[in-house]
Each structure stands twice: as C-alpha cells, then as structure tokens.
Design a protein around this ligand. Structure first.
Ligand code: CS2
Length: 461
C-alpha cells in the first residue's frame, strides 16, 4: 500500500502551504467546501501571491474530516470526474482543522481573520419556519444560556463578542449555502441571537453579510474514489473529494475588510446576487430534487441514471421551462435556455455517481427553498405549477414509502404519515399540515392541494 499524503509527499499545490498564514475561518468543512471555496481561495492566492489566506476549517460535530486531514498536514486532493479521464489536483490552502466548539471562538477572534465563510447546510441555520431564529430549538436555547456555543449562530456571535476584546477589525460573514438571500438570512439570525443574548453590538454593527451563489456538484466520496485518487496521485488520500469540472461562485461585493481576490480564480463579484441565486436554486436544485425523488421511487441509485430515463428527463425539462422560467428575471449574461440544458447535461455525467438518496435527504428544509417559491409565484400568476407540484408529490410519496429517511424532521414526518387517512388526499392533507415545510398560504390553496392529490395518485397507482 502506498504511503499517506503529507507535507513530505511534496505533491504540487498551487500555493506553498508552509507559507500560508490563517486569514479565513470556514464553518462546515465538508466535501463541498473543499471542492469549492477552498479551491477558489487557493487559486486566488496563487494568482496574487498573497500568503495571508490560509483556511481554518471547522467541523460542527464529527471528527471525521479532522481525522482524515490532520495527519495529512491539511493536504487533500480534488478528483475531477468529467467526460474524459479523471484528473487530480492537491490543495494546500486548509491550514488548520477544528472540531467545534474547541478553539472556534478564539480563531474567529484572531485579528488576522477578516472573513468567516459557511457551508453548514440548510438545517445548520436553525431558522424558524416563517424566517428568523428558531427560539424553540434546543441548541439555540442551550447557547443562549451557556458560554460554550454549539450552534453556528452561537459561535458567530461569541466570535464577534471576542473580537471586541481582541481588538480585531470588522468581520465579513459569508454564507455559501443554498438558501434564498443567504446573506440576509444569516444577518437576521445573528442579530436576533445577539439581541437575545444582549451582546456583541459594536462588532455586529460593523459586520457585513454578503449573499453568494455557489455551484459545483460534489457527491459523497466512495472507496472506489479513494482507490482512483491513490493511483493518480501516487499517495493515499483519506480526504479526497470528488467533483464535476464545472464550478461557479457569484458573490455580493459587500465586505467589511480584506478578502481573498476570488475573482482572480473565476468568481463573479457583483452588487446583486439575487437573480443568480434564484435561477440556480429554482432551475438546478429544484430539478435535482425532482430527479432524486422520482429516480429513487423508480429504483435508480444515481442522478445520472435518473436523468437517462427519458420520461424523467422530460419532466425535469418541463419543470424548468413551464414552471420555473416564467418566474425568473435572469441576470445579464445568463441565458436560461442554455442554462437549463447545461444543468441536465451536468446531471447526466455518468462518472459522478451522485446518489439519489443523497440529494433526497433533508427534503423538509430543501423544498421551501427550491420549489415552494416557484409554486407560490405561479399560483399568484393564476397558473398551475404542475411539475413543481409533481416534485412535491414525489417527496410525499418518498417520505411515506422509503424504509429510512434522512431529514431533521424524520421523526415528525414518520408520525404524520403514520396517522394520515388512507389514500392520496389523506396523505396530502397530513403532510400539508407540517408547518415547518408549508406555510398557511400554500396549505390553504385549493389549486395546489388538488395538483398534489392528482400527482400523488398517479405516483401511487
Ligand atoms: C443538491 C446540491 O444535495 C443536493 O440537494 O441539489 O448539493 C447540488 O449538488 C449543489 O447545490 C450543486 O451546486
């Protein structure tokens, strides 16, 4: 067996990791960050020669990433799987690995740190159904009462508070999660938490919360990927991440202080991220969910298999053209027709092996972001969003038939499904009652309900 990747391996990275000091904290150092923002950060540093943008990567609970990367001196590689042969690139920009809460507040308070980026997934924000902080959340309640924060929002507020003591300058908090208006969402949560705790006011006033749209398909790494990486790299890499060749990052240019020159690595800095974000969430993520639920129901293991089913590909296409496109006001430079085509082509990449069950997870927090906005807009325009309703119905069918569901509301969903009256109308009635997912306007909309019942009946036939 080959030896483990480490500093001694002398693999080529775009930056020399030994020369990097930490200037950025990332909360949620999963595969996505390592294949996306960390790559941009590394390439930006290489382009500018700046050595102040090493990353301190934080896991919220699991020690897995630290255990994989710390013995490798933070080094890992990105295995790119496109239509040709796979390629590999080692990345050196992650310079520290933390597992919260250990050392996180102290690192955020480091005066050398001026940006905190986040990929903590939809559920990591602990937002209430109607927006704002979920004060009923046990983690939030615990953090309001304790000095050792365990939630992301708690860590950020404690970090801001500690910066006031360490004399650090103003901080930028940059959300990179798939949320509508992710910057504004994070700002509201952080402000509400700080207010409830009565702290961090000065640093909070100076902080900035730009929104951003992130895009790269990053399936979970498998053992087969580790074997391929070892062959291509010449070293064993326990932290390898797999990604498609495509990557995109659109960032609102609203920073409190210094930031990496991400535009040098291909990121778009703009005054208005909203149209980019809306197009991506409603086109890509919505069709991803449609294919995940319908695909899983048809027994397909991967998204690529699902989109190769002609009927499913057509439904995905129709979702975009008939329901989504009429709701969008695309940014200059984005052609929605070719965007939609490219999305389906990316999904069809057979080398990626993106599991339908991976995309299907956490539906209760993903549907409101990806699909319900489209449905709301179409209903308001007097239209019938049949394909978007089909995606929701497919989720309903999936959560009521899958042997196991991976979702923060799994227990509640199981109970609701178990108590539902028999038949499609009964299941629709029961699941529309889950107020964490469906607000009253949709629950009470007769057109939406009728569409769901029709689609669910067809799926159950
Ligand atoms: C996917 C996303 O898992 C999911 O829900 O829809 O992770 C998707 O792959 C990314 O947003 C692509 O940028």
């Amino acid at each position: 067996m080959t030896e483990r990747l480490s500093r001694d391996s002398k693999v080529a990275t775009a930056v020399n990791p030994d020369e990097l000091s930490i200037g950025l904290v990332h909360l949620g150092i999963g595969a996505f960050h390592r294949a996306h923002q960390a790559v941009y950060t590394e390439l930006a540093a290489a382009a500018t020669g700046e050595t102040t943008w090493g990353i301190s990567g934080v896991s919220q609970r699991s020690t897995t990433v630290r255990d994989q990367l710390a013995p490798q001196d933070g080094l890992y590689s990105v295995l790119e799987r496109g239509l040709g042969d796979p390629t590999i690139q080692a990345i050196g920009s992650v310079r520290e690995l933390l597992v919260a809460p250990e050392g996180v507040v102290e690192r955020i308070a480091d005066p050398a740190v001026s940006v905190v980026t986040l990929t903590v997934t939809e559920k990591g924000y602990r937002a209430a159904p109607g927006g704002g902080l979920d004060f009923a959340d046990e983690g939030i309640q615990a953090d309001l009462a304790s000095a050792t924060p365990r939630t992301v929002v708690g860590q950020l507020v404690a970090g801001l508070e500690a910066r006031a003591r360490s004399g650090a300058g103003p901080l930028t908090l940059l959300s990179c999660d798939n949320l509508v208006g992710n910057g504004a969402v994070l700002k509201r949560l952080v402000h509400e938490f700080a207010e409830a705790k009565g702290c961090a006011t000065e640093q909070l006033a100076a902080a900035r919360f730009p929104s951003s749209m992130v895009d790269r398909i990053v399936p979970a790494t498998t053992d087969a990927d580790r074997v391929d990486a070892e062959r291509l790299l010449g070293w064993r890499d326990e932290g390898v991440v797999v990604a498609e060749p495509f990557r995109q990052w659109v960032i609102e240019n609203d920073f409190a202080a210094a930031r990496p020159a991400w535009e040098q690595a291909g990121a778009i800095l703009t005054d208005d991220v909203a149209p980019w974000e809306q197009a991506k969430l409603r086109m890509l993520n919505a069709t991803h969910s449609l294919l995940a639920y319908l695909g899983a129901l048809r027994g397909y293991a991967t998204i690529a298999e699902a989109v190769r089913d002609e009927e499913l590909a057509r439904l995905a296409q129709d979702l975009m053209t008939e329901d989504v496109v009429p709701t969008l006001d695309p940014p200059a430079g984005l052609d929605l027709t070719s965007y939609g085509e490219s999305v389906l082509q990316r999904f069809a990449n057979p080398a990626l092996k993106h599991r339908t069950t991976q995309v299907a997870m956490d539906g209760s927090v993903k549907l409101p972001v990806r699909l319900l906005g489209t449905i709301r807009d179409r209903l308001a325009a007097g239209a019938e969003p049949r394909h978007a309703a089909l995606a929701v119905a497919a989720w309903m069918r999936y959560v009521s038939t899958a042997s196991e569901i991976d979702d923060p509301l799994a227990e509640k969903l199981r109970t609701v499904v178990g108590e539902a009256k028999a038949g499609p109308a009964g299941l629709v009635e029961a699941l529309l009652g889950v107020e964490q997912v469906f607000a009253a306007d949709l629950r009470e909309n007769a057109t939406f309900r009728a569409l769901l019942v029709t689609e669910l009946a067809a799926l159950s036939a």
